[in-house]
Design a protein around this ligand. Structure first.
Ligand SMILES: *[C@@H]1O[C@H](CO)[C@@H](O)[C@H](O)[C@H]1NC(C)=O
Ligand SMILES: *[C@@H]1O[C@H](CO)[C@@H](O)[C@H](O)[C@H]1NC(C)=O
Length: 145
């Protein structure tokens, strides 16, 4: 991963110092050295993976009308692919917490439901695209069942 990160840093430098270079310029630099399109397994406790899992569950909470917030409970498999930034592909479990959505609490302070009636978990597959140098992310794919 180190050479890829060096290239990312290099690209962002070029982009910010000249401003109007097309983003494709970056991917051409990538293409010459690393091979995008080949997802690699990454540790499930990698900080980037955990952040991507959090983005996924926030998207879930945004898109569902449960009274309670859900939170990631376990990432079982993680892949990462270099595509103009990083694309994470995650298999994860999420569970209902005791935090009510209306109160906008921070998920870090939310515990999982212990009440048998309210307890609920889903298995999810998500794809999270992160562009570190723009501090942008998107969750284009999220399937839960
Ligand atoms: C959730 O919705 C809020 C407000 O609309 C938005 O700012 C945030 O980016 C959304 N998060 C995700 C992960 O979609
Ligand atoms: C569990 O939740 C249900 C539904 O809200 C409620 O009726 C019940 O009293 C709760 N049980 C406990 C042990 O808190």
């Amino acid at each position: 991963m180190w050479p890829a990160w060096e290239l990312l840093a290099f690209c962002s430098l070029i982009l910010t110092s000249t401003g109007h270079l097309s983003p494709d310029f970056c991917s051409q630099i990538f293409n010459s050295d690393v091979k995008p399109g080949f997802p690699k397994t990454v540790e499930t406790n990698d900080p980037g993976v955990l952040k991507a899992a959090r983005h996924s569950v926030e998207k879930f909470n945004n898109c569902t009308n449960d009274i309670f917030l859900f939170k990631e409970s376990h990432v079982s498999r993680a892949l990462v692919q270099v595509v103009k930034g990083l694309k994470y592909m995650l298999d994860m479990e999420i569970g209902r917490t005791t935090c009510k959505k209306m109160k906008h609490p921070s998920l870090d302070n939310c515990d999982f439901q212990t009440n048998y009636t309210l307890k609920q978990t889903f298995s999810c597959y998500s794809e999270v695209w992160v562009i570190p140098w723009l501090q942008r992310f998107e969750v284009p794919v999220l399937h839960c069942h």
